[in-house]
Ligand binder design. Structure first.
Ligand code: NI
Length: 227
């Protein structure tokens, strides 16, 4: 399930983040890639342990915290610190699957990567190429969103970033471990939650249809969630 989150970041947050990223140093993105990905990865990243990465990462985490779509679609148990990358002209990331377990820097805590997120930080008109391609059972999806928008997709998916042929594409990317590890179950819970929101806009909150479906939603979470 691939879900777009419009306006995850406010224009002010976006402008501030771009300003900090303008002045930061970037390193070869291969430093955080696994054995297979390292051979197809060609981009730049802000060092994970830099103060800039931490400050900007916290802005992204705050934005996620106020976003109902992210919470409903991901049901996050843990979110890894957001990272930041850029693809300048000629840079690309070939087809790969993200590592299944990642260690939280500085803590040694292991997190299972269930859901991947990309936040677009550059307006699409500022670069050519640089599409995120996500492969799933329904085929290939090409994603290129306005700055401040995000896309989430199952971390089990094969994905790639097409070569940038003009300009520079900046983004934030990170993973979450979900309370519900199975993508199909998360999808069903998300669809149900969206339907409950629609029905709540049509019926009073104490209508038996609303209370019944809401109870069913919570009981499914109770049944499936690992916290
Ligand atoms: Ni990846």
């Amino acid at each position: 399930m691939l879900i777009t989150i419009p306006d995850l970041l406010t224009p002010e947050e976006l402008a501030y983040m771009r300003q900090i990223l303008e002045g930061t140093s970037w390193v070869d993105g291969r430093t955080t890639a696994g054995d297979q990905a390292v051979k197809v990865k060609n981009n730049l990243q802000v060092p994970q342990d830099s103060p800039e990465a931490r400050e900007l990462g916290n802005i992204v985490l705050r934005a996620l915290g106020r976003n109902a779509t992210y919470s409903s679609a991901v049901l996050p148990a843990q979110i890894l610190p957001p990272m930041f990358n850029r693809y300048d002209e000629g840079m690309t990331f070939g087809a790969h699957v993200d590592g299944s377990i990642r260690v939280v820097p500085g803590t040694g805590q292991r997190i299972r990567t269930d859901v991947s997120t990309t936040v677009f930080l550059t307006p699409p008109e500022d670069y050519d190429g640089g599409e995120l391609i996500v492969h799933d059972t329904y085929g290939q999806h090409s994603v290129k969103l306005p700055a401040g928008h995000a896309v989430i997709y199952p971390a089990t998916s094969l994905h790639s970033v097409t070569p940038v042929t003009r300009g520079s594409r900046w983004g934030s990317f990170f993973w979450a471990q979900s309370m519900v590890r199975d993508d199909w179950r998360r999808h069903m819970l998300y669809d149900l939650d969206m339907s409950i929101m629609r029905i709540r806009s049509m019926l009073p909150d104490d209508d038996p249809a609303v209370t019944g479906l809401t109870a069913h939603y919570h009981n499914m979470i109770r049944h499936w969630a690992e916290t």
